[in-house]
Design a protein around this ligand. Structure first.
Ligand code: ACO
Length: 356
């Protein structure tokens, strides 16, 4: 059976109201705006309220994506949520999101692949549609990493922010406007480089795990940096090669928003000019599974993707690529704990979002 082509038909996002700037952090941590912005590119991030969990952000993003597409929650065939900061170990955050948006009866499950979770969830949702098992799949990336951070540890506290993004996947009319392929991978030898060690079945919660900081994210930043800069390039090249596209055909490169130096190094190595690289980490930090859909949403909002794309005129580099919003070639690349990685190449047509 020929796979059914799959498209991203709408996007919705939500971030908490509270903005925490680098200067705010330097009031309680031995750090500075200068260090954080030059080492990471981050200037501020959104931080969830005490009573906000991943499903609270994810449900708003999900409802927005559905409203934009004109799809009722009951019409969904599947909800997949990617998160490294789920509401609970179980039940799934997708189940809470389902309850909040009124999707009773719709299958809902979580997927754990750290910051690569959104791309893995996109691949999983696409496979359900491609195989004919589903027609409307909601993929939600929702993270409140601020709840998993040791706020006295300057090496991690300055990097992360909270947010959520959701996309609706549906069958595409033709392969020309759909998802063209994925490259997914994992290197288990790096599992210890980025983790939240306690609270699972390996190290159940105890006084010792609390006192030793086992319930906080720990990271070997330098090693993760090297891995990310290398894997973005190799995964993107592999996917472009397998799908038969050249890097010069990529209209928009949307990498996971972890560090501007990682993004610049990878884009430079790939030969993608800055005007075709999407970044917003200066305002959100690393929002983990939400970072790529937050970029997609903003790219549609600003006319770089979707129905209105191109209204702002020619491509900045003056190249002959399509000026119309439809059929933009988008390369998304995620990476994170695992150590995992995932790329997705898609032709995006009219991605709908609600006007706020
Ligand atoms: N403020 C001031 N100084 C700091 C801070 C801070 N917030 N954090 C660390 N430093 C100090 C260190 O203590 C060190 O001091 P020393 O030289 O006296 O020992 C110095 O700055 C340099 O530290 P490095 O770790 O070498 O700094 P580096 O340039 O590597 O940048 C960073 C650190 C930003 C963490 C970088 O390594 C990085 O971005 N790594 C990738 C992280 C990442 O992408 N994580 C997310 C993965 S996705 C997921 O699944 C969650």
């Amino acid at each position: 059976m020929k796979p059914i082509p799959v498209k991203i038909s709408s996007v919705g996002t939500h971030v908490p109201d509270r903005i925490v700037t680098n200067d705010d952090l330097s009031l309680t941590l031995d750090t500075s705006d200068e260090w954080i912005s030059t080492r990471s590119g981050i200037r501020e991030r959104r931080i969830a309220a005490d009573d906000q969990a991943a499903s609270d952000l994810g449900a708003v993003a999900a409802a927005r994506a559905l409203e934009a597409a004109g799809v009722r929650p009951s019409e969904l065939d599947l909800i997949i949520t990617a998160s490294l900061s789920p509401d609970m170990l179980f039940p799934a955050t997708a189940s809470f999101i389902s309850g909040k948006i009124g999707a009773d009866g719709v299958p809902a499950f979580d997927l754990s692949a750290a910051c690569t979770g959104f791309i893995y969830a996109l691949a999983t949702g696409s496979a359900f549609i491609a195989s004919g098992q589903a027609e409307k799949v909601l993929v939600v990336g929702a993270d409140v990493v601020s709840k998993m951070i040791d706020w006295t540890d300057r090496s991690t506290a300055v990097l992360f922010g909270d947010g959520a993004g959701a996309v609706l996947l549906e069958p595409a009319e033709s392969e020309q406007e759909g998802i063209l392929g994925f490259d997914l991978g994992n290197d288990p030898s790096g599992a210890g480089l980025l983790s939240l060690a306690a609270g699972g079945s390996r190290l159940p919660a105890s006084r010792e795990t609390v006192e030793s900081g086992g319930h906080f994210i720990s990271m070997n930043g330098r090693e993760v940096y090297k891995f990310a800069a290398r894997i973005i390039v190799s995964s993107a090249r592999k996917l472009l090669g397998e799908t038969g596209y050249g890097v010069d055909e990529v209209d928009l490169f949307v990498p996971h928003q972890a560090n501007i130096r990682i993004i610049d190094a990878a884009a430079g190595k790939l030969g993608i000019p800055p005007e075709r690289v999407f970044t917003n980490l200066e305002r959100y930090g690393n929002t983990s599974c939400a970072s790529i859909p937050l970029c997609i949403d903003e790219a549609v909002l600003t006319g770089r993707l979707g129905a209105t794309a191109g209204v702002q005129g020619k491509n900045p580099d003056g190249s002959g690529r399509s000026e119309s919003g439809s059929n933009k070639l988008v390369l998304m690349v995620g990476f994170g704990g695992g150590l995992s990685w995932g790329s997705c190449l898609a032709r995006t047509g009219d991605i709908k979002r609600i006007q706020e």
